[in-house]
Design a protein around this ligand. Structure first.
Ligand code: PHE
Length: 349
């Protein structure tokens, strides 16, 4: 009985050593472990025979069975480790990346045409010694109209022209609105700084207007030059230089009388149409001239409002639409193209 059991145990060990070394996968190992060491496994079956042995024989056979069990188990662990290593290596090999392949191509970014034109305008004035200032898009009635000498009943103040911001506390003195022009920055700068002042103020402005040449939000660049002895001649010189720099040295520049409450005298500036060279065409509406900016000598009432003495100082101001200049420069006939984010359009600049 004892010999028989021992022989079975030895046979099991012998078989195990042979079989185990032939396995190629962890799954095979695990199946074999159950086959030999599991609840209904071969070794477990053999151990059931221990009951039929005498008390002296039992520990001997039991010990041997345990030794064989441990041998098989440690063999299993070793093999499992080595197979895991091989499986990992095979996985890495199959996932090998070629580090010499070219990377993903990202499209290069580029400036929006309106930013391009705005930067170009800014650079012209920076070269003349002007500096750049900014003001808030959301303004009070005071900065947008009142301080700029607009009378209380001026049509620009009407609801159909200006976007008002509804506020819980309705106070006509500090009524909030979206600025309709960049001119309020003139006031904000002159409140804080005294002449000599040579500044421009780019930014977004808002008006109730929507068609192929008007957008409810658009951009302006404001300019302001205040010093002693500034004359209309300075205004003409600076703005003529500006027009010829941005539109070409052969452009004719024309100053027409016009009215804005915060300047006196006021003017509008036209350039000769580049398309027909002043002969008259569809773009210039037939008269050969294109209006591109508003300007004028700062009104004494405005200087007084910001405590600058109009007897000592004088100045001029101007304001231009960035979209309008971009449309003329690039021959764009629909303002909405600037805001549609269509890359086919934007990529051309
Ligand atoms: N603020 C005026 C407009 O938006 C333009 C302007 C600016 C005119 C400065 C004169 C002086 O139409």
């Amino acid at each position: 009985m004892k010999e028989e059991l021992l022989a079975k145990i030895e046979a099991l060990q012998k078989e195990a050593v042979q079989v185990l070394s032939s396995f190629q996968s962890i799954k095979e190992l695990q199946d074999y472990k159950i086959h030999v060491l599991g609840k209904k496994g071969l070794l477990t079956e053999v151990l059931k025979g221990l009951g039929g042995l005498s008390p002296e024989e039992r520990p001997l056979v039991g010990q041997r069975a345990n030794e064989v069990k441990q041998t098989i188990e440690s063999q299993l662990i070793l093999l499992q480790k080595s197979l895991e290593g091989k499986e990992k290596e095979a996985k890495f090999r199959s996932q090998k990346i070629d580090a010499t392949l070219p990377g993903l191509q990202f499209g290069k970014g580029f400036r929006h045409p309106l930013s391009l034109v705005q930067k170009e305008i800014e650079q012209i004035f920076l070269n003349l010694g002007f500096s750049i200032h900014e003001g808030p898009d959301c303004e009070s009635d005071y900065y947008n109209f009142g301080a700029l000498n607009f009378p209380p009943d001026h049509p620009a103040r009407e609801m159909q022209d200006t976007f008002y911001i509804k506020s819980e506390i309705r106070n006509p003195k500090s009524e909030l609105l979206l600025r309709t022009h960049t001119s309020p920055v003139q006031i904000r700068v002159m409140e804080k700084q005294k002449p000599p002042l040579y500044i421009i103020a780019p930014g977004a402005v808002y008006r109730h207007d929507h068609d192929v040449t008007h957008s409810p939000m658009f951009h302006q660049v404001e300019g302001l030059m205040v010093d002693t002895n500034i004359t209309f001649g300075d205004l003409k010189g600076v703005l003529t230089l500006f027009c010829r720099t941005i539109f070409g040295a052969d452009r004719k520049v024309r100053f027409r009388p016009s009215f804005f409450p915060f300047v006196e005298p006021g003017a509008e500036v036209d350039i000769s149409c580049a398309l027909c060279n002043g002969k008259g065409c569809r773009v210039c509406g037939g008269d050969g001239w294109l209006e591109i900016l508003g300007a004028g000598m700062v009104h004494p009432a405005v200087l007084e409002e910001v405590k600058i003495d109009p007897k000592k100082y004088s100045g001029f101001a101007f304001g231009m639409g960035v979209e309008r200049i971009a449309m003329l420069k690039y021959g764009i006939d629909d303002i909405r193209l600037f805001y549609e984010s269509d890359l086919r359009f934007l990529e051309q600049f």
